[in-house]
Write a protein that binds this ligand. Sequence first.
Ligand code: SF4
Length: 548
Amino acid sequence: MRSTVFWPDRPAEAPQNPAISIMAGLMAIQISQDMATGPLVYLETFGCQMNELDSELVTGHLAALGYRFTQSRDEADVILFNTCSVREQAENKVLSRVGRLKQEKAAGREVVVGLLGCLAEREGDALLASRPEVDLLCGPGELDRLPMLLDNILKCESVAIRERAALQGSRSRRSTTLSAAEDGLETLDLSRAFDPEGGAAGGRTAYVRITRGCNKFCTYCVVPNTRGAEVHRPPDAIVEECKRLADQGVVEVTLLGQTVNHYVYVHGAAVTVDGRESPQVGPGLAAFRREDRGGNGRRVTTFAGLLHRIHEEVPTIERLRFVTSYPRDFGDDILQVMRDSARICPYLHVPAQSGSDRILKLMNRGYTVGEYREFVDRVQAMLPDAGIAGDFIVGFPTETDQDFEQTCDLVRSVPFKNNFVFKYSPRPGTVAIDKFTDDVPEAVKRERINRLLAIQSEVSQAVHEREIGRVHRVFVEKLGQSARKSHGGVELGWESPQEQVSGRTSGDLITVFDCPPDMAARDLIGRIIDVRVDSASPRLLIGHMEPS
Ligand code: SF4
């Protein structure tokens, strides 16, 4: 019986983190005393940084409840895929993995298969009906309830269809206002059990969510439906989370939001719980664009104010970054705080998506190419060394050669350090799939993506070349390729190999350099090192470590 194998009943033990106890109490979940015997979970993440952070929170939450984690799908008792619905490719990968598990289950393997994230939210019960091998679905707005779902399934004698579980829709746009005040996801964020051992860059970098959901409704995007309306976390909670991470050794924090510059918190407007402010639904765009940001006389924390607070109140965070920015509504106040705060990285990821006003309108992006260029001009005037990255979609319905040429012009004229370029594919749950015919032939999309990438490659080379000779502070993230020193093209086999490490400048330029022979490359991971740039390629800078 599953319950005896996986989930022995044990007396509850008080967790270390009080927030976990609040959360566990809320959900009446029994906490396992023996952390070594809980079910083995394999969790694979697809998609964006939001999903990465969600997976980290889910991992911490389940681990606190006694679940163990494995890197092996074959030995897992529970297999979870945190899914992405934005790109067709990511979705196909998940479904093919699920297909393989169907065969294994048919052959007698007992394993619980769960889909989390946007695909689960978008497809809902229909997916359970069409994929009997899937035992549970849990949308991104319900992740705080995942342990309850798992617990129910693991305690079933058999995982029959009637016992399969699905949660979705609590972040439906209708219910968001009501649920924001009683926010289990906020508890999940607050109860975060950051694991310095398992974290990236030696546990020295971490994401912090500031906003969930999105109100922009770009016609190609499913996010406003899967993640719901914009909900902003209270600034005190965000600053507190940054402090806790800093106490655990984190030196780089990346603030996350679908459109971070739309962060705004009106004090005194949201419900308070035990004197603490709660997450709050964002004001509509019209209110946000008023001078008072929708505050109506109340005190407001803007995104610029939030950045300033974190910078001032958590000085041990040596790098403060944020993604993703929306090209409109990015005020000079934010640029000023970035300019005046030494530890805020001059890096902006600001998707343009197209260089054609006609296509931007069909995408419902809410700005023109002229407005995008005006924004870039302001960035360059105030932060001349800022790294600017973007996203583009090619082959959007009705995109003509002329539209595409305008996109090429935009890429040529903005010093993008890099661009993520995607071919349009109609995604279920979006406005575009119903409204437009996917009429740009696949071969044309392919040709356009290749051309745009080639142009971007030239732009990246020029951006990188201007860094040659400069010294950058590089945050070392990982080991690079081992490199043998060669002299005049002749590799000297007797010479000891030098290990390369890879990191990023504050402007997010990827930089590699050799670890000095008297140091261990691993010891550099998570440190910020002065590196002089010797040469550049379209993808990265190559340099050497400066003597300290
Ligand atoms: S701004 Fe547009 S593309 Fe970005 S998450 Fe919102 S709807 Fe999607």
